[in-house]
Design a protein around this ligand. Structure first.
Ligand code: 5GP
Length: 236
């Protein structure tokens, strides 16, 4: 499958047209950004690592009945995926408190929540991805109420699957961000990626961070951290 026209050039990925109108190629770049784009670096091999990690996770989710955009892996950085219109929503689940939730509310870090918190943010760089709720999303026509319900239901299922998945590698799923898209036929699919860029993962025994926070907070080597996540996932 040949890459056609560049359709989208994002912070960490690109999307290219193919010769089929309903299929596109998603390409993983080596770029990492944080702090609303204030911090930007390139890490040789990051795209390959995230592509590999995300591929294993999407395969696991597909096996468990989650509908995703992934059709097939083409090489170590490119996926053939179903063309979707991405909902302009960052869909977030929190199992343990940290990050923007604590900054926003003053809630102490590291509280293990009795029930997951489901959040949505409006994907909009100019307004810094503001936190919104269901009524806002419907009023702004970002999704319908029915689509919101589907997205929430699927996301909470995905949370349970991911929590179990990472626990098998002695990692706690602290929180994560996912994105959904809609096909021409109206089917809602999990899209984008799931990787240490978009999940917070803490070691069960030590709470050591195995995610992009090492880059955000300059506390560790991003590539070594992501390699360690992949090594755990590949250990039988
Ligand atoms: P927070 O809102 O605490 O910054 O992030 C919550 C979760 O969503 C974290 O796992 C974080 O990695 C993820 N997340 C939030 N915003 C983004 C984003 O713009 N890009 C990516 N890749 N992940 C995000």
């Amino acid at each position: 499958m040949e890459k056609g026209q560049l359709l989208y050039d994002g912070k960490a990925k690109q999307v290219y047209a193919t010769d089929k109108p309903d299929e596109v190629i998603m390409h993983y770049k080596d770029d990492a950004t944080a702090g609303d784009g204030a911090k930007h670096e390139q890490f040789s091999g990051k795209g390959v690592l995230n592509h590999t990690i995300s591929g294993i996770i999407f395969d696991m989710l597909k096996e468990a009945g989650i509908k995703t955009h992934l059709i097939e892996k083409l090489n170590d950085r490119d996926d053939l995926v179903k063309k979707v219109k991405i909902f302009p929503l960052e869909v977030i689940v929190r199992n343990i408190t940290t990050g923007s939730f604590c900054r926003r509310t003053g809630c102490p870090e590291g509280l293990v929540l009795d029930e997951p918190i489901f959040e949505i943010s409006y994907k909009n760089d100019e307004y810094h991805d503001p936190l919104i709720n269901e009524d806002h999303a419907v009023a702004m026509k970002l999704c319908t109420r029915e689509e919101y319900a589907t997205i929430k239901q699927e996301t909470l299922k995905i949370n349970e699957l991911l929590k179990q998945f990472f626990l098998a590698f002695n990692l706690k799923l602290v929180d994560f961000k996912i994105e959904f898209g809609k096909t021409e036929d109206g089917e809602i699919l999990l899209a984008d990626e799931i990787s240490p860029d978009s999940c917070r993962l803490w070691d069960v025994d030590t709470n050591k961070k195995y995610d992009k926070d090492v880059f955000r907070q300059s506390t560790g080597d991003l590539i070594e951290t992501y390699k360690a996540v992949l090594a755990r996932m590949q250990k039988k």
